[in-house]
Design a protein around this ligand. Structure first.
Ligand SMILES: [Zn+2]
Length: 243
C-alpha cells in the first residue's frame, strides 16, 4: 500500500482527476446560459472532464440540439469531411474535439460515419507504434518523460511509471471516484494496494522496471481500491514502506 506523494498527487490531479464540485457545475453550467464548452472553459477543464463529473453526479446536459445550435458554424465544421480528414493527419481526436468545442466521442463518431479510418483503428496503438520505432527498447531512465535526475529507486520508478498512472486511473474509474470505505465522492482520493506493492515486488523477485512492467500481479486492478486520505491513513500498512 502506498500514499501518493505530493508531487505525484498534484501531477495526477492536474492531468487526470481534476476535481469539480456539484455546486460548481450547477452554478456555472446548469443555471447559466453557457454551453458545456463555455462552462468547461470557465471551470478550467476539458469538456470530457466536465461530462465525466456530470455523469458521476447524475446532472443532465441541457440538450444536444440546443448545444449544436449555440456552437453554430464552429461546431458544424465537423460536417466538412475534407477539413476533418486534414485535421486527422496531425491531430488526435482530443485535440480536434478541444478546438471545435465538443467531445472526443463526437469526433470518433464522425470519423466512423465518414469512413475516414478503419473500424479497428486505435489512436493509442498508433501512438505506441510511433514511440516503438523511435525507442525500440522502451523509454526508461533519461529518455522517459518522467525522468527525475537519477535519484529514483525501483520502487519510485514503478510508482512514477505511466503504467502505474493507468492502473490508478482504472481503479478510480471502476470505483466511480468514490472512497470504498466512507463513500466520499471526489475530493482528495488515493489508490490503496490491498496487497502491498513492496510485498509484490519481493515475492516476484522484481529487479528492474522492465520486469515490473511485465508482472501481471502488479497491475491487477482487483488489488487496488479507492480510498479518501483519512480512510487511507486508517489502513494497517499505511506508509509502511519497505524500500
Ligand atoms: Zn473515506
Amino acid at each position: 500500500m502506498f500514499l501518493l506523494d505530493k508531487s505525484i498527487s498534484k501531477e495526477y490531479t492536474n492531468c487526470m482527476v481534476k476535481i469539480i464540485y456539484r455546486e460548481q457545475i450547477i452554478n456555472i453550467y446548469t443555471k447559466s446560459t453557457l454551453s458545456m464548452d463555455e462552462a468547461s472553459k470557465k471551470i478550467g477543464c476539458s469538456v470530457g472532464t466536465l461530462r465525466r463529473w456530470m455523469k458521476i453526479y447524475n446532472i443532465k446536459s441541457k440538450g444536444k440540439v440546443r448545444y449544436e445550435i449555440r456552437m453554430g458554424a464552429k461546431y458544424s465544421i465537423l460536417g466538412n469531411v475534407v477539413w476533418l480528414k486534414k485535421q486527422l493527419l496531425t491531430k488526435s481526436f482530443r485535440d480536434i474535439a478541444e478546438e471545435v468545442g465538443t467531445t472526443e466521442g463526437n469526433i470518433s463518431d464522425r470519423v466512423k460515419r465518414y469512413g475516414l479510418r478503419p473500424k479497428n483503428w486505435s489512436h493509442s496503438l498508433y501512438v505506441k507504434s510511433g514511440l516503438k520505432k523511435k525507442y525500440p527498447n522502451g523509454r526508461y531512465g533519461k529518455l522517459a518523460s518522467n525522468w527525475k535526475g537519477g535519484k529514483t529507486t525501483l520502487y519510485n520508478l514503478i510508482r512514477e511509471s505511466l503504467r502505474n498512472k493507468q492502473w490508478m486511473k482504472s481503479c478510480l474509474k471502476r470505483d466511480r471516484y468514490t472512497c470504498q470505505w466512507c463513500g466520499q465522492v471526489g475530493g482528495d482520493l488515493e489508490v490503496d494496494h490491498k496487497k502491498q506493492l513492496a510485498l509484490i515486488i519481493k515475492e516476484n523477485n522484481i529487479q528492474t522496471i522492465e520486469e515490473a512492467l511485465y508482472c501481471n500481479e502488479l497491475w491487477d486492478i482487483n488489488n487496488g481500491r479507492t480510498l479518501c486520505i483519512s480512510c487511507h491513513k486508517k489502513t494497517k500498512t499505511h506508509s509502511n514502506k519497505q524500500f
